[in-house]
Ligand binder design. Structure first.
Ligand code: SME
Length: 157
């Protein structure tokens, strides 16, 4: 049986091999959202990125994703994505309805994990947001796997 850690290792390799040499940030993020969703299927109900708006540095704007329509903009500090952007730390939320200021883009989401994505200079460029319709769908194994992948996304040459 394939463990979750093995699945993350596998999808990390897939993503790294496809994005190597790619200069477009959109192409890199789109590839990651696609391959993550392909690996984990329905459990990853919404899988994608909010990018820091270059014209408004305290604002996230939706980037490449797989899933139902996401909100277009999220201010830093608002909801789970905004908390990850403001603190620079992964947010692992077992019940989004209990999270202060949670933004319900789709009422079917019940838990989520949001991981910061830094550029090659170490500056926040985006956050990876994964939502599930299950409560408590994500744990520290998901956190470790996704943080490793996010560490690669904008740094692999
Ligand atoms: N639930 C998120 C908003 C983004 S979406 O669900 C696609 C949040 O509170 O940050």
């Amino acid at each position: 049986m394939t463990t979750k850690a093995e699945q993350y290792e596998d999808v990390r390799k897939q993503i790294a091999s496809v994005i190597a040499g790619e200069t477009s940030r959109t192409a890199r993020l789109a590839t990651a959202s696609c391959l993550l969703r392909e690996m984990f299927g329905e459990r990853f109900f919404w899988t994608g990125f909010y990018e820091v708006d270059p014209n408004q540095p305290d604002m996230l704007v939706v980037g490449p994703y797989q899933g139902t329509m996401g909100c277009l903009r999220i201010p830093f500090g608002k909801g789970v994505c905004g908390a990850a952007a403001a603190t620079g730390e992964t947010q692992l939320v077992e019940d989004v309805h209990a999270f202060p200021g949670h933004i319900a883009c789709d009422s079917r989401s019940n838990s989520e994990i949001v991981v910061p994505v830094l550029d090659a200079a170490g500056k926040l460029a985006a956050v990876l947001d994964i939502d599930s319709t299950e409560f408590g769908a994500f744990n520290v194994e998901d956190q470790a796997g996704l943080e490793a992948i996010c560490g690669d996304l904008l740094t692999i040459a």
